[in-house]
Design a binder for this molecule. Structure first.
Ligand code: DX5
Ligand code: ZN
Length: 214
């Protein structure tokens, strides 16, 4: 299992400490949540912070853009050193073009689906994607309750991927903890994002190791 801690739940007053914890842990990627106050009802952080994190992080960055028209920022995201540029299907009109542009810029292309967006919306681009991210909550905030339907949706996406011959990884984000993570692993997820479950744990590094074993 690939584990991507979401720094949205980290201590922003002492980010170095949490970055170091993730660097030393068994986590695989840093998950960075960018929010524009338009696509989602919240604003998080932008490029100066991503660049600062990038300088300290020793693991690849999975940059999750919860912003409208993410195609406007492809080169800026690339310049932060991002490994994965993760955009929402609902946020870009010409998804195919945007996916190709992300790949041409040298990044892995990932597409995220909100809870109300069915997996069939990706049927015609699935073989072009490195990863699909299914939201387990409506995006915008950490610490929300997991939407149970996401487990069945993970299974449906797994079937679509098998049927199409795509090599896309399934990642799930929102409401992930050791219990929901176990159900998602069984349903075919191979990457898990967790924010509050990790950073509110008594021993965050151990919690990452526990998720890793799912
Ligand atoms: C939600 C973000 C998530 C969030 C997850 O809008 O995309 O990455 O940080 O937080 P938890 O794990 O607390 O649900
Ligand atoms: Zn996220």
């Amino acid at each position: 299992m690939i584990i991507a801690p979401s720094l949205l739940s980290a201590d922003f007053g002492n980010l170095n400490k949490d970055i170091e914890m993730v660097n030393r842990s068994e986590a695989d990627w840093f998950h960075l949540d960018v929010m524009d106050g338009v696509f989602v009802p919240n604003i998080s952080f932008g490029f100066p912070i991503i660049e600062a994190i990038s300088r300290k992080a020793t693991k690849p960055l999975d940059v999750h853009l919860m912003i409208v028209q993410p195609e406007r920022y492809i080169s800026q995201v690339r310049d932060t050193g991002a490994f994965i540029m993760n955009i929402h299907q609902e946020a870009t009109t010409h998804l195919h073009r945007t996916v190709q542009a992300i790949k041409s810029a040298g990044m892995k292309a990932a597409v995220t689906l909100n809870p109300a967006t069915p997996v069939v919306m990706l049927e015609d681009v699935i073989t072009d994607l490195y990863m699909v991210l299914l939201m387990g909550v409506n995006p915008g905030f950490g610490g929300q309750k997991f939407i149970d339907q996401t487990v069945a949706k993970t299974r449906a996406l797994h079937e679509l991927i098998q049927r199409s011959g795509s090599k896309a990884i399934i990642e799930v984000d929102g409401g992930v903890n050791i219990n929901t993570g176990a159900l998602l692993a069984q349903a075919g997820a191979s990457a898990l994002v967790a924010g509050s479950a990790i950073f509110k744990a008594d021993n965050p590094s151990q919690y990452i190791s526990d998720l890793k074993r799912l």
